[in-house]
Design a binder for this molecule. Sequence first.
Ligand code: MN
Length: 229
Amino acid sequence: MALKEYQRKRRFDVTPEPPPKVARVRKKKLSFVIQKHRASHLHYDFRLEWQGVLLSWAVPKGPSLDPSSKRLAMAVEDHPLEYAKFEGIIPAGEYGGGTVMVWDRGTYEPEEPDVGKSVRKGELKFTLHGEKLQGSWVLVRTRGESSRSWLLIKHRDEYASAKKDITVSQPRSVISKRLLAEIAFDAGGDVDKAASADPVEALQALIKNPRTRAPRKKAAVWHSNRAGS
Ligand code: MN
């Protein structure tokens, strides 16, 4: 932009002066995160980076790799980008009180470049490059423009599967390898409540062989009023 006048005054097919390079601003990849959150009810917070915030949906059953299994996704308030790294406990009695796990993370590519426009339209198609989730997905709003209710659906591709329930087969954190119960334990949270959202098989394996316990992490507690909100 700043070189417009320089460009306007010169004919680069005639002058040996250098033409302005096409601004090759390396487009930073957009990130996504899915946080498994055992609050009053278990849900998976599905968050997509857009314009400096995380657009957020709460998915009670979590994502499904089965294209015929449409998962309810309730639009919730945008979250700050830093929230993507949060894993730990929200104190009981606070908003969202309970245990939070970073269940998946990675980058995403929207099919249409203007994500805001797609959200307003009520249909957002994207490709996920996560540690657990891959391939093509869509979020589609149901019941009109003012509705907060959306569906998260896997498109048919090589990453789709009707057999595997990925929330059961891959229940651990992608950043600490911990189960929810372990995260709650480390942070002094409600272990029973957190464990109620871990798959039974994973908990039983842990009890049988406590050496499989993920290395203990420093306790993290989210203070929702930290930013003065
Ligand atoms: Mn939540």
